[in-house]
Design a protein around this ligand. Structure first.
Ligand SMILES: [Zn+2]
Length: 465
């Protein structure tokens, strides 16, 4: 019911406009994490050439940036180096936009200092020009199918999908300067694993030097005119993301082999296993893993997440495409073009006296570090030391307000409090008096194969390079 007084206080049209404007400004997300691109240097034990792979120059091309991210998280390099910038236009990736500040891949010929992307462009240019870098691959998703002669509306010389792009046939006086030959070899190798032949890759030479004014402005031509071996790889937007990723990786591996880069990966190049790697690689640690969430299949909202008071947010994502966006009291978690979840947070004091906790898992005593995931068949019991209190989220707790020393099964927990939509993953928090010590996750059996890849290593933020 609206009282007369309240009615009078409601803003008139003009006022309401101002209020909406203010609200609009107020609700603009404040970024908890600076959305700057990251450079990941994956070094082999044995020395060898260095390949630089770039993804996400345009924010709406998930095949390219997910392929690049997998190179960071799921490849092991044994010889040579693979440097990866998987998120060059990170803000546009998170905003699901081709380019929040225009097309970033047209800013490499000349750019005003006032351009919001002037800083990142200078940074990526200096990485490209690093004397160690022998070859550059820029991963894109393009429309339709590129074929040299007109086939139909969707497959003709005006399209970009399923092509490897070079600006010219060769670059003189550099290693790996025979661009056409190298690209053709990668294409031939990849096509052997691509059916039907309608989906095959083709070489596209844009002849940029001969007056292609659009291509002149691109990253790859910046590299080429500075004496670098550079290629664009396009997967067709006709395919689903994980299918595009497979095409990208088939091509990238062909270039790696030609460079003599040694590598292995922990998955098969099938669409299914690629999809599984992409979907499951969504973990977020906060404050040195005192808070840790596996967010594969997470619920849209996770409540009562205790953040450390009076310190900056300390975030460690498992994947360079994860961003945490501060919305006043809440944190939105995004992963590439995907919305993951929202953390409803509150601020509290932390206690750092505890690093691990004793647990009886399916009848067996174990010791678990805070921030780990415990796989449980049937039951678990947290045996916290005296002075520490246990809170199992979703358990209607014991009268003494402590869920420690109680054997719990899946049926004892309220499904709506689980982290995941399948109601198998639950949070266990430990407190010392009112202070938060940390949390663990307990996953009951039959959960979807949860693969927790190692946290990214050899990671250098571009600020440090
Ligand atoms: Zn593109």
């Amino acid at each position: 019911m609206v009282t007369l007084q309240e009615k009078r206080d409601q803003p008139n049209g003009w006022n309401r406009g101002v209020v909406m404007l203010l609200l609009g400004v107020w609700l603009l997300p404040v970024v908890a994490q600076k959305l700057e691109f990251t450079l990941h240097k994956n070094r082999g034990e044995q020395p060898g050439p260095t390949l630089l792979v770039i993804g996400g120059i345009q924010g709406d091309e998930p095949g390219g940036f997910n392929a690049a991210a997998l190179l960071v998280t799921n490849y092991h390099i044994t010889r040579g180096q693979v440097w990866v910038v998987p998120n060059l236009n990170f803000e546009s990736i998170i905003q699901r936009s081709r380019g929040v500040y225009g097309d970033m891949n047209r800013k490499f010929l000349s750019l005003k200092q006032a351009d919001p992307e002037y800083g990142p462009i200078q940074k990526i240019k200096s990485i490209i020009l690093d004397p160690q870098v022998d070859m550059i691959l820029n991963l894109h998703d393009g429309g339709g199918f590129y074929v040299p002669t007109y086939r139909d509306r969707n497959a003709n010389p005006d399209h970009w999908g399923q092509s490897v792009i070079i600006d010219q046939a060769s670059v003189d006086n550099i290693a790996y300067g025979n661009l056409q030959e190298i690209a053709t070899t990668s294409i031939t190798q990849a096509n052997q694993q691509i059916t039907p032949s309608d989906h095959h890759y083709h070489l596209r030479n844009t002849q940029t030097r001969l007056g292609n004014q659009e291509m002149e402005k691109t990253l790859s031509y910046f590299a080429v005119r500075n004496g670098k071996s550079a290629f664009g790889i396009e997967a067709s937007k006709e395919f689903l993301t994980h299918e595009r990723v497979r095409f990208h990786l088939l091509l990238v591996e062909g270039f790696m082999r030609q460079l003599g880069i040694g590598f292995s990966r922990d998955f098969d190049l099938t669409p299914q296993s690629i999809r599984q790697r992409i979907d499951n690689n969504v973990q977020l640690a906060l404050f040195g893993r005192r808070i840790f969430f596996d967010m594969a299949n997470a619920r849209k909202l996770l409540s009562f997440v205790p953040l450390k008071k009076d310190v900056p947010l300390d975030i460690q994502p498992s994947n360079p495409l994860i961003a945490v966006i501060d919305k006043e009291k809440n944190l939105d978690v995004r992963y590439g073009n995907r919305y993951v979840t929202q953390l409803r947070t509150y601020f509290t004091e932390y206690d750092d006296s505890l690093n691990e906790v004793n647990i009886v898992k399916d009848g067996q005593p174990i010791t678990s570090k805070l921030g780990s995931v415990i796989e449980v068949q049937d039951s678990f019991r947290v045996e916290a030391s005296p002075g520490y209190r246990v809170n199992v989220i979703g358990y209607q707790r014991a009268a003494n307000n402590d869920d420690g020393h109680v054997t719990l099964r899946r049926r004892d927990l309220l499904p709506q409090y689980s982290v995941d939509k399948q109601a198998r993953l639950y949070r266990v928090e430990i407190y010392r008096a009112a202070r938060f010590c940390g949390m663990l996750l307990v996953r009951f059996a039959n959960s979807p194969a949860g693969v927790a890849p190692p946290f990214t290593q050899n990671t250098t933020n571009t600020n440090n390079t």
